[in-house]
Design a binder for this molecule. Structure first.
Ligand SMILES: [Zn+2]
Length: 329
């Protein structure tokens, strides 16, 4: 059964009349959900305990797993640059609309350049940018933790960063580097003190990757190889490529992971097959493309649900994030 913009994955349980109550061990779906239809369904009751799942109302589009397992988005954003703006409310609305139970969030205000060579103004120090992320995480601690987006070029490392991360260890779960928006190749020494800090604190380090002069998959690989004590997430797995080079690197290094943001369904599946389900994390960049960014991922989610075992699916959509970011949710 198809409804506009929705995909039903367990039609034997979830019939067009909504009379069936899903009850299987491995119930997952992407589709419309009406709370009244799920009375007495224990996993759903447990899901209701999470802030991300609507308790009442008419129909909601939900992407979730059964058995009380939430979906974790390891790559989301807030922040305002020029006329581009994502508020915390937009992210929260988007997560609630699509039933995303938990997110790792960073602020695009960590960018140092405008995507070209112009310095981004007005300047906001990295601590200030990330204080805003921590404040959002504090207000919604059951739904998110922050990643500290670093400014290695125009500002640079200071011990204040480590002090901030220590003081906010319950709110901040890792670091985020965007070499293109810092105009600084990820192999540059100016990243090293941040990476060493991640190592001391046992936190992962997410790095934007794309076939440009700053963030090619090879450079992310070289960095991960140099610091085997830090888990690196190569987000986008080489943005806009066929992702095969990135997947090869991710397979090779135990401390290098990939995320699914802007990777096609087929290429995500290929990467999971090549690297193992323990190496790929669900991540989306939401709501960078609007509050319905998750809609762009419904084909990918449906394909992985079809092609992966329940265990593998859970790795990608929850388990790996729990482990890497040391979440207790
Ligand atoms: Zn991003």
């Amino acid at each position: 059964m198809e409804m506009p913009g929705n995909i039903f994955l367990n039609n034997d349980c979830f019939s067009g009349t909504c009379s069936g109550v899903p009850h299987t061990e491995n119930f997952y779906f992407v589709g419309r959900y009406h709370p009244a239809h799920y009375k007495g369904f224990t996993p759903w009751k447990r899901l209701h305990e999470y802030e991300g799942i609507p308790e009442s109302g008419s129909e909601h589009t939900i992407i979730t797993q059964g058995h009380g397992r939430m979906i974790i988005d390891s790559h989301t954003h807030i922040g305002t640059i020029h006329d581009f703006s994502i508020t915390g409310d937009m992210l929260l609305r988007s997560m609630r609309r699509y039933g995303i139970g938990y997110a790792l969030v960073s602020s695009v205000e960590g960018a140092e350049f405008d995507g070209g060579t112009r310095e981004l103004e007005p300047w906001k120090p990295q601590i200030t940018v990330n204080e805003e992320v921590a404040a959002l995480a504090r207000a919604h601690r059951h739904m998110m933790k922050g990643l500290f987006w670093i400014k290695p070029r125009r500002e640079g490392w200071s011990h204040e960063v480590e002090r901030f991360m220590t003081e906010h260890h319950d709110l901040m779960a890792g670091f985020k580097a965007h070499p293109a928006l810092s105009m600084l190749n990820i192999t540059d020494e100016r990243y090293v003190p941040y990476i060493r800090c991640a190592e001391r604190m046992g936190l992962p380090f997410a790095v934007h990757s794309a076939p440009d002069e700053f963030s090619p998959p090879r450079a992310v690989y070289d960095t991960a190889q140099r610091f085997p004590g830090v888990n690196f997430i190569m987000v986008h797995m080489g943005l806009g490529t066929d992702n095969t080079e990135a997947a090869r690197y991710i397979r090779e290094l135990p401390n290098l992971y990939g995320d699914t943001s802007w990777v096609t369904a087929e290429h995500v599946l290929d990467a999971v097959r090549e690297c193992g389900s323990g190496k790929i994390l669900f991540g989306t960049d939401a709501p960078i493309d609007g509050e319905d960014t998750y809609q762009s991922y419904s084909d990918m989610i449906a394909m992985l649900r079809r092609e992966l075992s329940a265990h593998e699916f859970d790795d990608v959509f929850r388990g790996n994030a729990l482990r890497l970011f040391r979440l207790e949710v």
